[in-house]
Ligand binder design. Structure first.
Ligand code: SF4
Length: 389
């Protein structure tokens, strides 16, 4: 039976800004999800038997804050009324931060909403790509939103998309976060997804540049304790490298319905959330059905789901056979395999070389330096037997 861990809900495809690397095809559409569609989604999810004690809901795939606060108040109360008593629902927003004001901060605090803000570092990096529709930079508005979050003590993290320029400037990036009191950071590299072809991936030496950036950023953070408390890439690599030998690695992105995504119209997809809204000549679209017409329980039997699953599983097997990082990766991200290799049934990508292999290398190098002379107890480090064998 599938197990839904994360629901990605697109309240609207619309975004109030127009980033150069955005992969969302319908970001000019002002469509809004209907209350009945949300009701159908959550009633089916709660009745499915596919969820555990905790369900994470991310409101994303457009700018969630273009809708009024009352839209979410109403939606959250409806979801609360429908959910089984034993299930905890944790909501979060991924936002460009430009619309944050006092009222939103109060709402975030009241509802304990997890907030991720997209900011690409200081103005000279951020404003190269994150632009308004008229082509002006959005840095001033985003940083104003972050400062408001801090003033209201709303916990948040940032996601920064690294460009070749910011990758070459780890000190500037570090100083910027520290100056702005940003403690939790996640780094993405501009990816090839859908029709968007990453310019960063075409750069010669991008892997070495990424490795240097992350290494230096980690070193700076370690040298100034308490300033940067969370670097997602490092934390994840540590968790994956250091774990009991019998703990299997779980890759949500290749597990059917572990991540379930719904667009504003009620269309359902799974695996990589970015697949929602993408089209591909081999797979057509990645929509499995519509929550307003179809039963969730029927979606695993759909022809296009079976085709996706077959190819994704073939890709995971290729990874298992060929890649020494499989034990800390679990077969990567289907959307990147499709964009870079043309098929889910494939293995290595530039994206995984950066985000999995180089990040893992950093953590392994650090462990090598602290290894006690007698070695670690047998089985203590899973990575000892699987990575760099
Ligand atoms: S690191 Fe890349 S090649 Fe290795 S398992 Fe992950 S996706 Fe596959």
């Amino acid at each position: 039976m599938p197990r839904i861990e994360l629901l990605v809900v697109q309240p609207t495809p619309f975004c109030n800004i127009d980033c150069r690397y955005c992969y969302l095809p319908d970001r000019n559409s002002k469509a809004v999800v209907a209350r009945q569609t949300l009701h159908n989604l959550f009633s089916q999810v709660f009745a499915s038997g596919w969820i555990g004690d905790c369900l994470s809901v991310v409101w994303h795939a457009g700018e969630p804050m273009v809708l009024p606060i009352d839209f979410y108040r109403d939606a959250f109360r409806m979801i609360d009324r429908m959910k089984p008593a034993e299930v905890a629902v944790a909501h979060s927003f991924q936002t460009n931060g430009t619309l944050i004001d006092e009222a939103w901060c109060a709402f975030f605090a009241d509802e304990q909403i997890g907030i991720g803000v997209s900011i690409d570092g200081p103005m000279q990096f951020h404003d190269r790509h994150r632009l308004t529709r008229s082509g002006r930079g959005t840095f001033d508005r985003t940083i104003a939103g972050i400062r408001l979050l801090r003033r209201h003590e709303v916990p948040f993290h940032v996601i920064s998309v690294l460009s070749p320029a910011s990758m070459a400037a780890p000190r500037e990036m570090f100083d910027f976060y520290v100056e702005e009191g940003i403690e939790r950071v996640c780094f993405n590299v501009e990816e090839s997804e859908g029709d968007h072809v990453s310019l960063s991936f075409g750069e010669i030496g991008v892997e070495a540049a990424y490795h240097r950036f992350l290494s230096e950023f980690w070193r700076l953070s370690a040298a100034a304790p308490g300033k940067i408390t969370f670097i997602r890439e490092i934390e994840h690599a540590i968790q994956q490298v250091i774990r009991p030998a019998d703990a299997p690695f779980h890759n949500q992105l290749v597990e059917p319905f572990a991540i379930t995504s719904m667009d504003w119209a009620g269309n359902i997809s799974t695996f990589s959330p970015e697949l929602l809204g993408l089209k591909n000549s081999a797979y057509k679209d990645f929509l499995l059905g519509n929550i307003n017409r179809d039963r969730l329980a029927d979606l695993p039997h759909r022809e296009n789901f079976i085709r996706m699953l077959t190819d994704i599983q073939a890709g995971v097997e290729m990874c298992r056979e060929r890649c020494e990082y499989f034990s800390v990766c679990g077969g990567g991200e289907p959307v990147n395999k499709l964009a870079e290799n043309g098929s889910f049934a494939s293995s290595q990508t530039t994206y995984c070389r950066l985000t999995k292999m180089r990040a893992t290398d950093l953590v392994l190098d650090a462990l090598e330096r602290v290894r006690p002379s007698g070695g670690f107890p047998e089985g203590a480090f899973y990575a000892e037997t699987d990575v760099r064998r």
